[in-house]
Design a protein around this ligand. Structure first.
Ligand code: DX5
Ligand code: ZN
Length: 215
């Protein structure tokens, strides 16, 4: 079954309690936290204190996606705040040995760790990291904002990555993020995705029904 990860970036914070309750009654297994620093992407969101609130009130596993210049500095605090998985961007780290160190550090802590690339970053950049990460997050929009249009070019990238994972015997998950709705979600799953992140589609519709249409 597909793992659905609603992105709380699109949650209506004026009706937070009600929406968290609906999420808890939905089939969503993960909640997705888009952490932005105003530098790596031109937008600002939240940090660990806000996520701790969700850790108390939500039944889902907390899936953190940091779009920040310094993913090294914040990994430990997100795990301590209750993150199940911490995904950072390949583009954020100039020195590639830092990527290896961060993945190894997460595994020393017994945690799940993911690596993400933007739509314009060659897929080949992920290849050396197969076997070292639990999850690969392919962006299907330019990171920074919810509500953007799905870029279908991600479908071929999902197929290729699925092939590479099979060839290497990796059980890593493929997650897709950006412009996901019932139609684009189905296309991603058919191409080989395991986890669908969905923001505006889930929160601008009936939460339980929208999640159900993605499972
Ligand atoms: C974009 C974020 C996404 C975003 C998806 O930078 O990483 O997780 O919330 O939102 P929708 O589903 O509205 O495209
Ligand atoms: Zn995201």
């Amino acid at each position: 079954m597909t793992i659905v990860a609603p992105s709380v970036l699109s949650l209506d914070y004026s009706h937070m309690e009600k929406q968290i309750q609906q999420l808890n009654e939905s089939e969503a297994e993960w909640l997705h936290f888009d952490v932005m620093d105003g530098h790596f992407v031109p937008n600002l969101t939240f940090g660990t204190d806000i996520m701790k609130g969700f850790a108390k009130s939500s039944r889902q596993k907390l899936d953190v996606h940091v779009m920040i210049e310094d993913p090294v500095a914040f990994m430990d605090s997100f795990y301590e705040a209750g993150a199940y998985n911490y995904t950072f961007h390949e583009e954020a780290l100039m020195h590639k040995e830092e990527i290896a160190k961060l993945a190894a550090h997460a595994h020393e802590l017994g945690k799940s760790v993911g690596l993400s690339i933007k739509p314009g970053t060659p897929l080949e950049y992920l290849k050396p990291w197969i076997g070292k990460f639990d999850l690969f997050l392919l962006m299907s929009v330019e990171p920074g904002f919810g509500g953007q249009k799905f870029q279908p070019a991600v479908l071929d990238r999902i197929r290729t990555l699925r092939k590479w994972l099979m060839e290497e015997g990796s059980t890593a998950l493929i997650e897709v993020d950006g412009g996901i709705n019932a139609e684009t979600g189905k296309q991603c799953v058919e191409a080989g995705a395991d986890v669908l992140v969905a923001g505006s589609y889930v929160f601008k519709n009936d939460i339980r029904k929208a999640v159900h249409s993605l499972v």
